[in-house]
Write a protein that binds this ligand. Structure first.
Ligand code: SF4
Length: 344
């Protein structure tokens, strides 16, 4: 059987020690928390973090009255937040989205290196060729894409609202060109019956969840509920008690009538799940790799590049600003605004 891990609240502390923040002794952590807190105030800045970043970053985000959420919630929070500067702890497309929706604000990231396999797998020039080949199709792109890709889309969607928007397009008898996540696209196609032509790209984390390992783990814990992000392969999705965005899965972990959950998404989400349901147990869904062949450990390698140390540097010096040209912002804002208005 594939290796898997179980997490309770106390074990999350151990997990910190294994990650990028792992080398930190308690004193370093306290100093970094103090420095980040003071400099956020001094620099009129707010932290906006994704559920997949290191639990210590989620903790400092909460302690400084910042915001943790999925990509749609992060974008909405960014546009309403009052501070002049936003520090986005997540990956590049999230920071770009914040800039597009709030061009008057200064958006910074702890590291420029933090990107996403879906964004990398869908270069704007290649998508343009596909779009030109199928002019009759509505181009719907996932939020995990560059500003350039968003700028050529008819719709941008996040996983929390994708199904509703695809349903609406389908009801209008329109065909869809979908990019870039093939698993999410195929899930939406099955759920809605829409005519969707799918781009061939995947998330390196979710693609590695394996149904065979999940079945083995479920045999060990027959009373556990299964939570799956729809960027996972269809066989894994078919075993789920709840499928959806990170926010949806967090709510399901609180509300569903299970005391144990096997979770097929980035394991940093356990920070929030354990916070909401400290009495429940959470297990990582097994991934495809082990030892030298391991490709995924249920943690996004790019989310993992955000650390307390580079966050502190970013907040102190306001380094790594995201800049986009104003024409690009204007174009990319159109489909993003459509998504946000659809959601109200
Ligand atoms: S978890 Fe997957 S989809 Fe999310 S940022 Fe990482 S590579 Fe991209």
């Amino acid at each position: 059987m594939e290796a898997s891990s179980r997490f309770l609240n106390t074990e999350l502390i151990d997990r910190h020690k294994a990650g990028l923040n792992g080398q930190l002794v308690e004193k370093d952590k306290d100093n970094l928390f103090k420095s980040i807190t003071e400099n956020l105030v001094m620099n009129n800045a707010t932290l906006v973090s994704h559920y997949y970043v290191d639990p210590l970053i989620q903790q400092i985000t909460e302690e400084t009255n910042g915001f943790i959420g999925d990509s749609l919630e992060m974008a909405k929070f960014g546009s309403n937040c009052q501070t002049e500067n936003l520090i986005v702890c997540g990956v590049k497309f999230m920071a770009e989205t914040a800039k597009i929706l709030s061009p008057q604000k200064h958006i910074y990231v702890p590291t420029y290196e933090s990107t996403c396999s879906l964004d990398l797998g869908c270069p704007a020039a290649d998508l343009k060729i596909m779009k030109d080949k199928y002019p009759e199709r509505i181009l719907v792109v996932y939020a995990n894409t560059s500003a350039e890709v968003k700028a050529m889309a008819d719709w941008v969607v996040t996983s929390s609202i994708a199904k509703e928007i695809i349903e609406e397009i389908h009801l209008n008898d329109q065909k869809i060109l979908w990019a870039p996540d093939k698993y999410l696209g195929s899930y939406l196609q099955k759920e809605t019956g829409a005519d969707m032509l799918l781009w061939d790209s995947a998330c390196v984390v979710h693609e590695e969840f394996k149904a065979s390992g999940l079945r083995d783990l479920k045999r060990l814990h027959p009373d556990a509920g299964i939570l799956v992000h729809p960027e996972s392969p269809s066989e894994v999705i078919s075993m789920a008690d709840a499928v959806g965005s990170t926010s949806h899965l967090i709510k399901a972990s609180r509300d569903l009538d299970f005391n144990k959950f096997i979770v097929a998404t980035d394991k940093s989400i356990f920070y929030k799940m354990a916070q909401l349901s400290p009495e429940k147990e959470f297990f990582e869904a097994p991934t495809g790799g082990s030892s030298s062949s391991c490709k995924s450990c249920a943690h996004c390698p790019w989310m993992g590049l955000n650390s307390l140390t580079n966050l502190d540097e970013c907040v102190r010096t306001l380094a790594n600003e995201i800049n986009l040209n104003s024409d690009l912002i204007q174009q990319a804002k159109i489909p993003l605004d459509k998504m946000i208005s659809f959601n109200v």
